[in-house]
Write a protein that binds this ligand. Structure first.
Ligand SMILES: Cc1cc2nc3c(=O)[nH]c(=O)nc-3n(C[C@H](O)[C@H](O)[C@H](O)COP(=O)(O)O)c2cc1C
Length: 205
Protein backbone atom coordinates (compact mmCIF):
# COMPACT_ATOMS: atom_id res chain seq x y z
CA UNK A 1 0.00 0.00 0.00
CA UNK A 2 1.41 3.39 -0.90
CA UNK A 3 0.68 7.01 -0.17
CA UNK A 4 0.19 8.98 -3.39
CA UNK A 5 0.61 12.72 -3.76
CA UNK A 6 -1.12 14.21 -6.82
CA UNK A 7 0.09 17.67 -7.79
CA UNK A 8 -1.68 19.54 -10.57
CA UNK A 9 -0.59 22.95 -11.79
CA UNK A 10 -2.32 23.97 -15.00
CA UNK A 11 -4.10 27.32 -15.03
CA UNK A 12 -6.53 25.94 -17.68
CA UNK A 13 -8.90 24.42 -15.16
CA UNK A 14 -11.21 21.69 -16.47
CA UNK A 15 -9.64 21.94 -19.96
CA UNK A 16 -6.25 20.82 -18.65
CA UNK A 17 -4.91 17.63 -20.19
CA UNK A 18 -1.98 17.34 -17.78
CA UNK A 19 -4.38 17.51 -14.82
CA UNK A 20 -6.74 15.03 -16.49
CA UNK A 21 -4.10 12.37 -17.14
CA UNK A 22 -2.21 12.97 -13.88
CA UNK A 23 -5.50 12.50 -12.01
CA UNK A 24 -6.22 9.32 -13.99
CA UNK A 25 -2.81 7.92 -13.04
CA UNK A 26 -3.12 8.83 -9.36
CA UNK A 27 -6.63 7.41 -9.04
CA UNK A 28 -5.65 4.33 -11.05
CA UNK A 29 -2.72 3.61 -8.74
CA UNK A 30 -4.94 4.13 -5.70
CA UNK A 31 -7.49 1.63 -6.98
CA UNK A 32 -4.81 -0.93 -7.85
CA UNK A 33 -2.58 -0.58 -4.77
CA UNK A 34 -5.24 0.30 -2.21
CA UNK A 35 -3.16 3.33 -1.21
CA UNK A 36 -4.10 6.74 0.12
CA UNK A 37 -4.25 9.88 -2.00
CA UNK A 38 -3.46 13.51 -1.17
CA UNK A 39 -4.17 16.21 -3.73
CA UNK A 40 -2.47 19.59 -4.17
CA UNK A 41 -3.93 21.78 -6.89
CA UNK A 42 -1.44 24.60 -7.32
CA UNK A 43 -3.70 26.53 -9.69
CA UNK A 44 -6.79 26.45 -7.45
CA UNK A 45 -4.72 27.10 -4.33
CA UNK A 46 -1.65 29.06 -5.50
CA UNK A 47 1.47 29.48 -3.44
CA UNK A 48 3.07 32.88 -2.88
CA UNK A 49 6.27 33.67 -4.71
CA UNK A 50 9.32 33.23 -2.55
CA UNK A 51 10.46 36.39 -0.78
CA UNK A 52 13.38 37.78 1.18
CA UNK A 53 11.58 36.58 4.36
CA UNK A 54 11.68 33.02 3.04
CA UNK A 55 15.28 33.16 1.81
CA UNK A 56 16.60 34.67 5.04
CA UNK A 57 14.19 32.69 7.20
CA UNK A 58 15.38 29.33 6.00
CA UNK A 59 18.98 30.12 7.04
CA UNK A 60 17.86 31.54 10.40
CA UNK A 61 17.39 29.32 13.47
CA UNK A 62 13.66 28.67 14.07
CA UNK A 63 13.63 30.34 17.51
CA UNK A 64 14.92 33.68 16.20
CA UNK A 65 12.92 33.94 12.97
CA UNK A 66 10.68 37.00 12.60
CA UNK A 67 6.94 36.20 12.38
CA UNK A 68 7.13 36.91 8.62
CA UNK A 69 10.09 34.56 8.20
CA UNK A 70 8.41 31.85 10.28
CA UNK A 71 5.29 32.06 8.14
CA UNK A 72 7.25 31.93 4.86
CA UNK A 73 9.40 28.98 5.97
CA UNK A 74 6.33 27.25 7.39
CA UNK A 75 4.75 27.15 3.93
CA UNK A 76 7.86 25.50 2.47
CA UNK A 77 8.08 23.08 5.39
CA UNK A 78 4.50 21.97 4.83
CA UNK A 79 5.21 21.30 1.15
CA UNK A 80 8.39 19.37 1.93
CA UNK A 81 6.65 17.31 4.62
CA UNK A 82 3.87 16.51 2.16
CA UNK A 83 6.43 15.39 -0.39
CA UNK A 84 8.41 13.34 2.13
CA UNK A 85 5.24 11.54 3.22
CA UNK A 86 4.54 10.34 -0.33
CA UNK A 87 5.74 7.02 -1.76
CA UNK A 88 4.39 7.98 -5.18
CA UNK A 89 4.27 11.49 -6.64
CA UNK A 90 2.10 12.22 -9.68
CA UNK A 91 2.81 15.61 -11.21
CA UNK A 92 0.80 17.24 -13.99
CA UNK A 93 2.24 20.24 -15.82
CA UNK A 94 1.08 22.13 -18.90
CA UNK A 95 3.57 24.13 -20.95
CA UNK A 96 3.14 27.88 -20.58
CA UNK A 97 5.48 29.96 -22.74
CA UNK A 98 7.97 27.10 -23.14
CA UNK A 99 8.22 26.38 -19.42
CA UNK A 100 6.01 25.21 -16.54
CA UNK A 101 3.26 27.45 -15.17
CA UNK A 102 4.41 30.06 -12.68
CA UNK A 103 2.27 28.21 -10.11
CA UNK A 104 4.47 25.11 -10.47
CA UNK A 105 7.66 27.18 -10.57
CA UNK A 106 6.63 28.68 -7.20
CA UNK A 107 6.23 25.14 -5.81
CA UNK A 108 9.73 24.15 -6.95
CA UNK A 109 11.12 27.39 -5.50
CA UNK A 110 9.73 26.31 -2.11
CA UNK A 111 10.73 22.65 -2.13
CA UNK A 112 14.21 23.04 -3.66
CA UNK A 113 15.81 23.75 -0.30
CA UNK A 114 19.54 23.45 0.46
CA UNK A 115 20.36 20.97 3.27
CA UNK A 116 16.72 19.87 3.33
CA UNK A 117 15.87 18.44 -0.10
CA UNK A 118 19.34 18.58 -1.63
CA UNK A 119 22.95 18.93 -0.59
CA UNK A 120 26.40 18.83 -2.11
CA UNK A 121 28.56 15.73 -1.68
CA UNK A 122 32.10 14.93 -2.87
CA UNK A 123 30.79 14.17 -6.34
CA UNK A 124 28.44 17.15 -6.67
CA UNK A 125 24.78 17.76 -5.88
CA UNK A 126 22.90 15.05 -4.06
CA UNK A 127 19.09 14.95 -3.84
CA UNK A 128 17.56 13.94 -0.50
CA UNK A 129 14.10 12.74 -1.57
CA UNK A 130 15.18 9.32 -2.79
CA UNK A 131 13.20 6.08 -3.05
CA UNK A 132 10.01 7.56 -4.47
CA UNK A 133 8.27 6.74 -7.74
CA UNK A 134 7.26 9.73 -9.85
CA UNK A 135 4.77 9.92 -12.70
CA UNK A 136 5.18 13.13 -14.68
CA UNK A 137 2.54 14.21 -17.20
CA UNK A 138 3.52 17.12 -19.40
CA UNK A 139 1.16 18.69 -21.94
CA UNK A 140 2.09 21.07 -24.75
CA UNK A 141 0.46 22.48 -27.84
CA UNK A 142 3.54 21.76 -29.94
CA UNK A 143 5.72 18.68 -30.28
CA UNK A 144 8.90 18.77 -28.21
CA UNK A 145 9.91 15.11 -27.81
CA UNK A 146 11.48 15.18 -31.30
CA UNK A 147 11.88 17.40 -34.32
CA UNK A 148 12.78 21.04 -34.77
CA UNK A 149 11.25 22.21 -31.48
CA UNK A 150 13.03 19.65 -29.30
CA UNK A 151 15.91 22.07 -28.46
CA UNK A 152 13.31 24.46 -27.03
CA UNK A 153 11.81 22.04 -24.52
CA UNK A 154 12.49 24.08 -21.41
CA UNK A 155 9.43 22.48 -19.85
CA UNK A 156 9.79 18.68 -19.60
CA UNK A 157 13.60 18.88 -19.49
CA UNK A 158 13.49 21.50 -16.75
CA UNK A 159 11.04 19.43 -14.68
CA UNK A 160 13.11 16.25 -15.08
CA UNK A 161 16.23 18.17 -14.05
CA UNK A 162 14.68 19.72 -10.95
CA UNK A 163 12.96 16.51 -9.85
CA UNK A 164 16.29 14.70 -10.16
CA UNK A 165 18.08 17.52 -8.34
CA UNK A 166 16.00 16.89 -5.21
CA UNK A 167 16.40 13.11 -5.51
CA UNK A 168 13.28 12.20 -7.49
CA UNK A 169 15.05 10.25 -10.23
CA UNK A 170 12.69 7.32 -10.82
CA UNK A 171 10.35 9.08 -13.25
CA UNK A 172 7.81 7.69 -15.72
CA UNK A 173 6.98 10.36 -18.27
CA UNK A 174 3.77 10.76 -20.24
CA UNK A 175 3.74 13.52 -22.85
CA UNK A 176 0.51 14.92 -24.28
CA UNK A 177 1.86 16.91 -27.19
CA UNK A 178 0.91 18.28 -30.58
CA UNK A 179 -2.62 19.27 -29.61
CA UNK A 180 -2.45 22.62 -31.39
CA UNK A 181 -2.46 21.27 -34.97
CA UNK A 182 -6.22 20.86 -35.36
CA UNK A 183 -8.91 18.55 -33.96
CA UNK A 184 -7.55 15.34 -35.54
CA UNK A 185 -4.05 15.94 -34.18
CA UNK A 186 -5.49 16.76 -30.76
CA UNK A 187 -7.59 13.59 -30.80
CA UNK A 188 -4.54 11.49 -31.75
CA UNK A 189 -2.39 13.12 -29.05
CA UNK A 190 -5.02 12.42 -26.42
CA UNK A 191 -5.44 8.81 -27.60
CA UNK A 192 -1.64 8.32 -27.46
CA UNK A 193 -1.52 9.69 -23.93
CA UNK A 194 -4.44 7.50 -22.88
CA UNK A 195 -2.61 4.42 -24.22
CA UNK A 196 0.56 5.44 -22.38
CA UNK A 197 -1.36 5.92 -19.12
CA UNK A 198 -3.06 2.53 -19.45
CA UNK A 199 0.31 0.87 -20.15
CA UNK A 200 1.78 2.44 -17.01
CA UNK A 201 -1.21 1.47 -14.88
CA UNK A 202 -1.02 -2.10 -16.16
CA UNK A 203 2.43 -2.28 -14.51
CA UNK A 204 1.10 -1.20 -11.09
CA UNK A 205 0.58 -4.13 -8.76
C1 LIG B 1 -0.83 31.06 -21.77
C2 LIG B 1 -0.47 29.85 -22.60
C3 LIG B 1 0.82 29.71 -23.06
C4 LIG B 1 1.16 28.59 -23.82
N1 LIG B 1 2.44 28.47 -24.26
C5 LIG B 1 2.77 27.42 -25.06
C6 LIG B 1 4.09 27.27 -25.56
O1 LIG B 1 4.98 28.07 -25.29
N2 LIG B 1 4.35 26.23 -26.38
C7 LIG B 1 3.41 25.29 -26.69
O2 LIG B 1 3.70 24.33 -27.41
N3 LIG B 1 2.14 25.38 -26.19
C8 LIG B 1 1.81 26.42 -25.39
N4 LIG B 1 0.55 26.53 -24.89
C9 LIG B 1 -0.41 25.43 -25.14
C10 LIG B 1 -0.43 24.53 -23.91
O3 LIG B 1 0.86 24.02 -23.63
C11 LIG B 1 -1.40 23.37 -24.12
O4 LIG B 1 -2.72 23.89 -24.19
C12 LIG B 1 -1.30 22.35 -23.01
O5 LIG B 1 -2.27 21.35 -23.22
C13 LIG B 1 -1.45 23.02 -21.65
O6 LIG B 1 -1.44 22.05 -20.62
P1 LIG B 1 -2.81 21.68 -19.89
O7 LIG B 1 -3.69 21.02 -20.95
O8 LIG B 1 -2.43 20.76 -18.81
O9 LIG B 1 -3.43 22.96 -19.41
C14 LIG B 1 0.19 27.61 -24.12
C15 LIG B 1 -1.11 27.75 -23.62
C16 LIG B 1 -1.44 28.86 -22.86
C17 LIG B 1 -2.85 28.98 -22.31
Amino acid sequence: MSHILLITSSPRGADSLSSRFATEIAEGIKVRSGGTLAVRDLAADPLPHITSAYIHGRITAPDIRTPEQAEAVGIAQELVDELKAADVVVLGSGMINFGPSSQLKAWFDHVTWPAVTFGYGDTGPKGALTGKKVYLVTAAGGVFSEGVWAPFDFHTNYLLHLLGFIGLTDVELVRVEGTVFGPDAAKAAIANAERAVQALLAKVA
